[in-house]
Design a protein around this ligand. Structure first.
Ligand code: CMX
Length: 139
């Protein structure tokens, strides 16, 4: 498997409106994109730090995975996403090694990426995402 860098770190927040000013005014980053991912019931806000993004996640539905996460654990780091070359072969390789995949095949994520999640129970408690620049996704 060929991981190139940390593509983004996902951070669950109750409100983008309240969280964005911390990242902009205190940490001095610039929010360059706000995007809703309807299927995931989240609104996302992105900041670039070097080659890595911070992705803030605000739940848009009370029973969404991010809303449940905040309810159980409070706001905080939700997932780590690695950029990978060859997402489908990587998923096949991981499945062969017994890693529990939440997505057996890639699906569309924010910012036009193809993404797939690995179950935190299989990855030492860290919800892990693999991402690849998406041009070939047909679903
Ligand atoms: N990191 C680590 N552990 C997590 C977790 C997270 N982000 N979210 C849930 N868990 C743990 C829970 O603490 C719980 O552990 P225990 O059994 O020890 O209590 C277990 O996983 C099940 O949690 P749950 O709330 O009952 O289950 P969910 O139905 O929320 O499912 C998960 C959890 C990981 C399968 C689900 O969140 C998922 O499919 N995630 C992938 C998709 C996703 O996160 N989308 C939002 C971001 C989208 C984006 O970035 O675009």
């Amino acid at each position: 498997m060929n991981l190139s860098h940390i593509e983004h770190i996902g951070i669950a927040v109750k409100s983008l409106k309240e969280a964005i000013p911390f990242y902009e005014e205190v940490l001095g980053l610039k929010c360059y994109n706000v995007e809703e991912v309807v299927e995931q019931q989240v609104k996302t806000a992105f900041f670039m730090v070097g080659r890595t993004k911070i992705e803030l996640l605000e739940p848009t539905g009370a029973d969404s995975t991010v809303a449940r996460f905040i309810e159980k654990r409070g706001e905080g780091v939700h997932h780590v996403a690695f950029a990978v070359e060859g997402l489908q072969p990587s998923l096949d390789e991981l499945a062969g090694k017994g890693v529990q995949l939440l997505d057996r095949t890639p699906r569309r994520g924010a910012e036009g990426l193809q993404i797939a999640f690995l179950h935190p129970k299989s990855t030492l408690g860290v919800l892990t995402e693999l991402c690849e620049q998406g041009t070939k996704l047909t679903i």
